[in-house]
Design a protein around this ligand. Structure first.
Ligand SMILES: Cc1ncc(COP(=O)(O)O)c(C=O)c1O
Length: 353
């Protein structure tokens, strides 16, 4: 609290990110980072970009990266918007496209940054409950709205909504913008970017933080109709004209140029996720079917907060949300196989205690 804060700041409830501990040797399974390094080509490109040219501003539109991403997805450059992380792209989207008279619709259990942006930009929203199995029913969204947003696969559940259901929603919702946040889509879903040429009110947002192992580089993008992209650019150019630095642009382009590394990395995580799910089931956990790089699990006989504390004491951090309906779940990011085995061994001990 401070007398110098604006009224808006007084009213904010900021997002609280997962812990980034300063202690070494902890096994970090709490923020859905990728346990494997980015492509060596990314590191080489960043090293090359670390030159005297850093005295110059970067390209304001990150055009070379835009062209790369557009070509990768078979789109035109005008259909791509680049931002400093998908959180930034989301923030601009809320301000540019989702603030209208009718409330924004989003699932009750979803990425917890969405309500934070609503608070920041004064957007009214309505939470639509997921069903008892944490599934999104698209028919629930066929009501007056100023926009619709959800993550697919959803976070923190990991549940996937099929593309035909998304298309059903788009067919029945033509007057407001529908946004799908695909932060985790490469771990088990099919991107809905394939639908954007058919629906001018559809925006898909992705990040390089998860499947491309580049959380530290901060690169995200949106794909959609050029008019939606122009709206995002209007906000961006009223906020920060140069969101991506030269190193980020070089590294991100190199990532899209190493498809083999990307595919191997995703396949390794999917295989580990399936093994971890089996092990957790074996220990009596109920694990939601996940298409992401994390699992969401509860145990019918054990208090998960205590398990999380026990894991922390054993040097392993996972994520627990105090939110209603999901407070008995743990969200566990997929680590290397060694990390997943350490988790399972620690849980075995805690469950016996
Ligand atoms: C659903 C979802 N969207 C977006 C993000 C933000 O990703 P970034 O800002 O690293 O691009 C996250 C991060 O955890 C997420 O879970």
């Amino acid at each position: 609290m401070s007398q110098y804060w604006s009224e808006v700041v007084h009213k904010l409830t900021p997002y609280v990110p997962g812990e980034q501990p300063k202690i070494d040797r902890l096994i970090k399974l709490n923020t859905n980072e990728n346990p494997y390094p980015p492509s060596p080509r990314v590191l080489a490109a960043i090293q090359q970009a670390a030159s005297a040219d850093l005295r110059l501003y970067p390209d304001p539109g990150s055009d070379s990266l835009r062209d790369t991403i557009a070509a990768y997805h078979g789109l035109q450059a005008e259909q791509i918007f680049i931002g400093n992380s998908s959180d930034e792209v989301l923030a601009h989207t809320f301000q540019a496209l989702l603030k209208h008279e009718q409330p924004l619709l989003c699932p009750d259990i979803s990425y917890s940054f969405y309500p934070v942006y609503c608070g920041l930009y004064g957007i009214s929203y309505r939470s639509i409950p997921l069903d008892a199995d944490f599934r999104l029913n698209v028919e629930d969204y066929l009501q007056a709205n100023g926009g619709i947003i959800f993550a697919n696969p959803n976070a923190p559940t990991g549940c996937l909504l099929e593309l035909d259901k998304i298309e059903f929603l788009l067919q029945h919702n033509r007057d407001s913008v529908v946004v799908v946040d695909e932060a985790y889509v490469d771990f088990g879903g099919s991107t809905a970017i394939t639908l954007i040429n058919k629906y001018p009110n559809f925006l898909v947002i992705q990040t390089l933080s998860k499947s491309r192992s580049l959380a530290g580089l901060r690169v995200g993008f949106a794909a959609g109709h050029p008019d939606l992209i122009a709206g995002l650019n209007r906000v961006k150019n009223s906020f920060n004209c140069y969101p991506l630095d030269r190193l980020a642009v070089a590294g991100a382009i190199a990532s899209f140029e190493d498809e083999a590394h990307f595919q191997q990395n995703c396949a390794a995580i999917i295989a580990s996720r399936d093994r971890l799910t089996d092990s957790l089931n074996h220990l009596g956990f109920e694990v939601l079917s996940s298409a992401a790089n994390f699992v969401f699990a509860r145990h019918p006989q054990h208090e998960v907060l205590q398990l999380a504390q026990g894991l922390r004491a054993a040097g392993i951090i996972v994520r627990h949300f105090k939110q209603e309906r999901i407070s008995e779940f743990l969200r566990i990011s997929i680590g290397t196989d060694v990390e997943c085995e350490a988790l399972v061994s620690a849980l075995k001990i805690l469950l016996q205690a």
